[in-house]
Design a protein around this ligand. Structure first.
Ligand SMILES: [Zn+2]
Length: 356
């Protein structure tokens, strides 16, 4: 959607001037450089006219071939853990204006709509879910040059995004996040540093089991590998995180580490087995012409699984049960420093060591 409030929040990605409606056309226009921006697809295209050399693989269609982005089911497994942590750390509520940095298909915005917060999503890939387009303000834009006015957002979140950026790009992105937050505002992130703690051995053991299952033809991890192939992993360790955060005007206020030992078992082994079983069943139901296309089976299975999760039946409650068990990872290892983590970065009320 394109809300009335959006006009005041957006800025030209090229010259940072405010935008205005472009007459009766489904577009906005820069009040200074007169560049027009399309909004005919239900979201606003505010990509800068000069593209950066560093681009994410998420722009490639291949990564979206499983059509994961098309529908939004209630969060379960890892995405439920992330969303529950987001709620616990950031406490989105009525009156909050929030920006989702790297919103993907917009699912976290849809999941948190009931909190009453006004959430705007920004992503460089135009793979938004129709449901998100219908209910949320979405912007196609680069996180390194946020087309947003300064100090207009109380909070921000960024899930599974930082690891896709190089260190210079990460710094540009965090500085932009800092700029658009009000003083005292907070950014919740879920990402990882390269240095792991001892519980990671458990995660590696589970992943070896997953590889074995794949060799035995029980699961298929190709799409997962494709997704991870875009990881740049700019942060070395947690000291590095604190340095980068401070460089960009943030204090690391709170952190919980995440060693998904139980999580990897459910997500990388059990869920993948169920998915494979469902996709084979779905492929048998497809017309003969489509059945030769393995990806069609996966897409169909995903659609059917998402529909079942939405209906809240046995599959949904089994997944919720598994999610509850996955919370053991936070309970047991949440204080043991390791690669993956949830953190709240705070923009101080006055700049650190600042005069004035
Ligand atoms: Zn302009």
């Amino acid at each position: 959607m394109i809300s009335a409030a959006l006009v005041d929040l957006v800025r030209c990605p090229d010259c940072t001037a405010p935008l205005d409606r472009a007459g009766s056309a489904p577009a906005m226009m820069c009040t200074a450089c007169r560049r027009t921006f399309d909004l005919s697809r239900g979201y606003l295209d505010l990509r800068p006219s000069t593209t950066f050399a560093e681009q994410t693989k998420y722009l490639e269609h291949e990564l979206h071939a499983d059509a994961r982005h098309e529908a939004i089911a209630p969060p379960v497994l890892g995405s439920r853990i992330r969303n529950d942590m987001l709620r616990r750390f950031l406490r989105p509520g009525p009156g909050d204006r929030i920006v989702d940095l790297g919103c993907g298909n917009g699912r976290a915005i849809v999941w948190n709509a009931a909190t009453g917060a006004a959430v705007l999503g920004v992503d460089i890939s135009p793979y938004f879910a129709p449901e998100a387009i219908e209910h949320a303000d979405l912007i196609l834009g680069d996180l390194r040059r946020l087309p947003l006015a300064s100090e207009q957002f109380d909070k921000a979140w960024s899930l599974d995004v930082l690891e896709h950026l190089s260190e210079p790009a990460l710094i540009e992105m965090l500085r932009e996040a800092n700029r658009v937050l009000v003083p005292g505002g907070a950014l919740f992130v879920y990402t990882h540093v390269r240095q792991n703690g001892w519980p990671a051995a458990g995660v590696r053991a589970v992943n070896r089991l997953a590889s074995l299952c794949e060799r035995l033809g029980l699961i298929d991890l190709r799409q997962e590998r494709l997704r991870k192939s875009d990881h740049v992993n700019p942060l070395v360790d947690h000291a590095h995180l604190r340095r980068v955060a401070a460089d960009c005007g943030f204090e690391v206020e709170r952190i919980t580490y995440y060693s998904p030992v139980v999580g990897a078992f459910f997500e990388n082994v059990v869920a993948r087995m169920v998915e494979r079983w469902m996709s084979r069943r779905a492929a048998r139901r497809l017309p003969a012409a489509a059945a030769t296309d393995a990806a069609a089976g996966v897409r169909e299975a995903r659609r059917s699984a998402q529909a079942r999760v939405r209906r809240g039946g046995l599959l949904y409650w089994s997944l919720r049960g598994a999610t509850a068990l996955m919370k053991l990872d936070l309970l047991l290892f949440g204080r043991v420093p390791t690669g993956p983590f949830f953190a709240l970065l705070r923009k101080p009320h006055s700049p650190p060591g600042g005069a004035s």
